[in-house]
Write a protein that binds this ligand. Structure first.
Ligand SMILES: Cc1cc2nc3c(=O)[nH]c(=O)nc-3n(C[C@H](O)[C@H](O)[C@H](O)COP(=O)(O)OP(=O)(O)OC[C@H]3O[C@@H](n4cnc5c(N)ncnc54)[C@H](O)[C@@H]3O)c2cc1C
Length: 445
């Protein structure tokens, strides 16, 4: 294919920082294609210039996975609903579409995403590329809801991967770390729109840990938050209900007070205070536990799954065998107390069903997830490294979009299909057009 428009597609790159304010770069060039042909031209032009190409999503990965030193390709010009198949409940979505756009695109067709994480700012391509997940013992992550994808390869050619075309590549492409090509559209297996009942309440930590398995199996989507230095957790139990169920949503004011003012606004204040006076953290955490939680409401699924996060933080999340969660949480508790880490951010614990995507943190095992956070102004290194050490003893697999300290050697032992993924990468991108330093670290150069 000849380069015709590639020249004017590339503009000088601008300073870029991710949401967690950990990673930053000034790319050599930027490109914002508005159709598939412009994606192809961008890649070919980058090859002529000898620079790599990296797509960015919404910059919500905490790792350097989206860092683009060469051409930063912004797919936000490719957005919206492209096709709907009402019978199979499958929709084709342009790759740069943000998750928050989906309810308006899907609800006119009576459809919804089967499961979501706890925010909706990400792009569909960014979310699937890092294995973004929510919670629910019977439910898998976003990538497992993808049934087909169209990519532009390193040679500028188009590749369709689906159940009928290039099927053998599906387990790699659905969760590809952005290493295999530029995604231009994704086909999602949706479900009929549904409503969820949410019950959120504080409960004794040991009771919940002892009943972990029953709690996960006892409802559709169970998770809990634990503020270090307290013996209380905030449980969230969400039950899926028929779309016709009468809604009892939180009033706008109540939602604002709970989610924005208390969970983010007051929280920002407590985190900032905790940074200035670390000794105050245990007391602050006890107050935070009392201020949040204890509510019940019924709303459309997306409004229950996702909340707003306005306080910036850094996060590490590990998947371990589901049954190991209670002991792993207890070990983290002892470690925090022993090392005297003053942690003002809650620890989030979730579950997911196993899947068959080669680089999925839930590949081949029922998984429990432990996410630890630190306020963005605080140093996270020592705490995260100490947690990672515990996670290593449970064969923990780190979230690709969240901070971790693993490399290709250690990761290759955690994923039975790691080599199979590398083979696909070697085939689709032998010259590493889509590489960056993070991918060099986790996949090898
Ligand atoms: C506040 C907050 C809450 C979060 N909650 C959750 C949660 O509940 N569950 C969870 O699992 N994760 C969660 N995350 C992590 C987040 O979902 C992932 O890191 C996700 O990948 C971010 O999506 P993004 O659109 O911002 O992609 P980016 O971070 O910008 O990019 C991620 C990867 O996708 C690739 N990519 C993007 N677009 C394309 C494309 N068109 N073609 C090829 N590759 C592409 C990039 O190159 C990069 O490799 C959270 C993050 C934050 C900041």
């Amino acid at each position: 294919m000849a380069v015709t428009k590639g020249t004017e597609l590339l503009t000088p790159g601008k300073r870029w920082t991710n949401w967690g304010r950990v990673e930053r770069v000034v790319p050599k060039f930027a490109s914002k294609p508005s159709n598939i042909e412009e994606v192809q031209q961008t890649i070919l032009r980058a090859r002529e210039l000898g620079v790599p190409v990296k797509a960015i999503g919404a910059g919500h990965s905490f790792t350097a996975i989206a860092i683009a030193p060469g051409v930063q390709l912004d797919p936000s010009g490719l957005d919206g609903l492209l096709e709907v198949d009402a019978k199979s409940k499958r929709v084709k979505i342009a790759a740069g579409t943000n998750l928050y756009q989906l309810p308006a695109l899907l609800s006119p067709h009576g459809l919804a995403m089967e499961n979501l994480g706890d925010i909706d700012r990400q792009t569909i391509s960014g979310a699937t590329s890092t294995g973004t997940h929510g919670t629910g013992g019977k439910f898998r992550g976003i990538a497992a809801q993808i049934v087909a994808a169209t990519l532009v390869k390193a040679d500028g050619e188009i590749l369709v991967v689906s159940e009928t075309e290039n099927k053998e590549l599906l387990p790699a492409v659905r969760l590809g770390l952005g290493a295999l090509g530029i995604l231009v559209d994704l086909t999602i297996q949706c479900v009929p729109a549904f409503v969820m009942q949410a019950i959120e309440k504080p409960e004794p930590m040991e009771t919940v840990l002892n009943e972990w398995d029953e709690r996960v199996d006892g409802t559709d989507h169970f998770e809990f938050y634990w503020f270090p230095y307290t013996d209380t957790v905030l449980t969230k139990s969400n039950k899926r209900l028929h779309a016709e169920t009468k809604l009892q949503p939180l009033g706008k004011l109540k939602r604002w007070v709970d989610d924005v003012a208390v969970s983010n606004g007051v929280f920002e204040l407590t985190c900032a205070t905790g940074k200035l006076i670390p000794a105050a953290v245990p007391g602050i955490n006890r107050i935070a536990t009392k201020l949040t939680g204890n509510r019940e409401f019924t709303d459309v699924s997306t409004s229950v799954f996702t909340t707003q996060r306005t306080v910036h933080f850094r996060e590490m999340e590990y998947a371990i065998p589901r049954e190991a969660i209670p002991n792993a949480v207890r070990e983290i508790n002892s470690m925090i107390r022993k090392r005297d880490f003053k942690i003002s951010f809650p620890i989030e614990v979730r579950a997911a069903a196993q899947d068959d995507l080669w680089l999925s943190t839930a590949f081949g095992r029922e998984s429990g997830y432990i996410a630890v956070h630190r306020y963005w102004r605080e140093n996270y290194l020592e705490y995260f490294k100490a947690v990672e050490q515990i996670m290593n003893s449970y064969d923990g697999r780190p979230h690709w979009g969240k901070i971790h300290f693993q490399d290709a050697e250690s990761l290759s032992k955690l994923y039975p299909k790691y080599e199979a993924f590398l083979k696909v990468r070697n085939m689709l991108d032998p010259e590493r057009i889509f590489a960056n330093p993070y991918l060099d670290r986790v996949l090898g150069a």
